[in-house]
Design a protein around this ligand. Structure first.
Ligand SMILES: Cc1ncc(COP(=O)(O)O)c(C=O)c1O
Length: 351
């Protein structure tokens, strides 16, 4: 294995092992009854499955994303895996799948880390080990409806920063600003659809917006699908705005509850900021001093501009990463890398 950690992008690098567990059950009186096997590690990355598997036919699929850090003290920390387990359980229930119990999820995460220790990037390379938990329906079915067999997989991959070189519109080289473009012709998720769940269909549905934006060198800002008035999500990240002492983030029935955003809200409150979650009209961008996109992959990526091509308006935020969001980014990373006290017990140390 010869990995140049500094050169890693946010893309897949195969590791030695993935971890798998299977569920076999049946539906009885509207309840899915069955059992999960113990998780096991395997070097085989191919999942044999029937062509009629419900994941393939009807998108019965959910996934997650979390990171493993090698700290300043050389300890290995997994960040808030329980929150990912719980979010995946909500996605499972939402798509009529068998939820992966928290203890099974935790065992699988630990096994995935231990079996791939050599793939956890060294401290200060800017790279981390990303874990991609995946839950898919494997029952062969042609009739429309949920299956009763599921496969849970954890796919590890060392990754570099999410926004490294894709968008070079920017100032700071290490934490580049991103420019977003509004698209009123593509909705990521319906108001009462599956936007709050981390399910594959949301992402496939968003590609028309994200890929159109990438062609222009931007990222896609999704508005609420009902009125096309309020900010929903920044591609695959939550939106944060800073105005004076206030941390603003959208309240919406269609956005993914980001674990990064949740952590940053806690850190913001601790620093005396007022945290407000509400509908944020697009025009309010004109009143913000700072804005950013946040998520596991990018942590916080500052936004320099938002272009609204339909109205011929460009909202200019700042040409360089703003101080408030950069302080919060630093505070979060200090916890993840073991440089600051983890008073909320967000990190699990793997021995
Ligand atoms: C649509 C969407 N929004 C927000 C996020 C950020 O969530 P988290 O901070 O839990 O990674 C993600 C990434 O998981 C996402 O895919």
């Amino acid at each position: 294995m010869n990995i140049n950690w500094e050169e890693l992008k946010f893309s897949y690098t195969e590791t030695d092992y993935i971890v798998r567990a299977s569920f076999h059950g049946q539906w009885k009186d509207g309840q899915l009854v069955g059992e999960w096997t113990e998780p096991f590690a395997t070097q085989d990355k191919i999942l044999p499955m029937h062509v009629c598997a419900t994941a393939l036919q009807y998108g019965q699929e959910a996934f997650e994303g979390l990171k493993v850090f090698r700290g300043v003290d050389d300890k290995i920390r997994v960040f808030r895996w329980r929150a990912n387990a719980e979010r995946m359980q909500r996605s499972a229930v939402g798509l009529y799948m068998a939820p992966v119990p928290t203890d099974l999820f935790g065992k699988a995460v630990k096994l995935a880390v231990k079996k791939n220790i050599a793939f956890i990037p060294p401290y200060e390379t800017g790279a981390t080990l990303y874990l991609r938990p995946l839950l898919i329906g494997t029952t062969p079915k042609l009739g429309v409806g949920p299956g009763w067999d599921f496969e849970f997989v954890i796919i590890p991959s060392p990754v570099g920063p999410y926004y490294k070189s894709r968008n070079a519109h920017t100032g700071n080289a290490s934490i580049p600003c991103q420019t977003f473009i509004v698209n009123r012709h593509v909705d990521r998720a319906a108001a009462y659809g599956t936007g709050q769940l981390k399910v594959g269909g949301n992402y496939a549905a968003s590609f028309r917006g994200t890929e159109a934006a990438h062609l222009l060198g931007y990222d896609c800002l999704f508005l609420d699908s009902r009125y096309h008035r309020y900010i929903d999500e920044c591609s695959a990240a939550n939106f944060i705005g800073i105005r004076g002492n206030e941390y603003l983030t959208p309240r919406s029935t269609a956005i993914l509850p980001s674990i990064t955003n949740n952590s940053l809200m806690t850190l913001a409150k601790e620093r005396g900021l007022k945290v407000t979650r509400r509908h944020i009209p697009l025009e309010e961008l004109a009143t913000l001093q700072e804005a950013g996109a946040c998520g596991t992959a990018c942590v916080i990526s500052p936004i320099d501009k938002v272009i609204d091509p339909d109205k011929n308006i460009t909202y200019t935020l700042s040409s360089a990463p703003g101080p408030v969001l950069m302080e919060l980014r630093q505070a979060l990373q200090d916890i993840q890398y073991g440089r600051a006290k983890d008073k909320h017990r967000w990190c699990t140390i793997i021995n």
